[in-house]
Design a protein around this ligand. Sequence first.
Ligand SMILES: NC(=O)c1ccc[n+]([C@@H]2O[C@H](COP(=O)([O-])OP(=O)(O)OC[C@H]3O[C@@H](n4cnc5c(N)ncnc54)[C@H](OP(=O)(O)O)[C@@H]3O)[C@@H](O)[C@H]2O)c1
Length: 222
Amino acid sequence: MPSGDRILIVGGGQGIGAAVAAVFPDRATIWTRRTGVDATDPDALQRAFAAFRSQHGAPYALVHTIGDFAEVPLLGTDAATWRHLFASNVDTVFHTLQTVVPAMVEARRPGRVVLFAAAGVDRARGQRRAPAYFAAKAAVVQLARSLAAEVAEHGITVNVIAPGLIDHPHSHRDSQARMLPRVPAGRLGTPADVAGAVQMLLAPDAGYLTGQVLTIDGGLQL
Ligand SMILES: NC(=O)c1ccc[n+]([C@@H]2O[C@H](COP(=O)([O-])OP(=O)(O)OC[C@H]3O[C@@H](n4cnc5c(N)ncnc54)[C@H](OP(=O)(O)O)[C@@H]3O)[C@@H](O)[C@H]2O)c1
């Protein structure tokens, strides 16, 4: 009998996703390319989800943490970089939502979806440091808001976490070191800082919090 309490973390092999998995050691299932699931490939997602569903049923929560970064000015962004950033940040979200969320709706239980953007994404200003990346993250926010409205009647919340400078072995150290003096908290964030916010959104009593962007950046956007 499926428990219905699984937390499916797409991109949870390292960094923030791995920290989220560490908060829920007995409930997390991780999908990455290293576990055989390339989320740019809808067929691979469908195969993985069929196996997941036969074992666990629909998940309680879907947390999507994939999202490559590139620090390139807009006029220096070539077509391959543009396509890669949208494939990694937007296509994987779209395909994952379409694969997993219908089963959550069918399960007729409360559920949670958490997606990832980046701090500053919802401000009305340019992002000269990484314009293509921020354009992709803006698309994620808009997808989240639309889906939040679409599935609210089923008791499923959809929110976005927008991290600032989060330090882990694969993060972009040069870029982070340059921006650190602008962080009021005086330090980089940790994956655990972000995982704590995910835990809050996944709480059973957070069912009326939906369609929001939660910035976790030590005050960088203030
Ligand atoms: N770290 C930061 O400072 C920061 C700041 C702002 C926003 N963010 C956002 O926060 C989220 C998490 O960031 P992070 O730094 O923890 O990410 P990360 O270290 O790059 O980890 C991404 C994970 O996604 C997996 N992955 C990548 N492409 C995939 C694909 N096509 N299919 C399946 N899995 C894939 C990777 O594993 P495999 O290689 O095995 O596939 C890895 O486990 C991202 O959306 C990022 O844009 C991060």
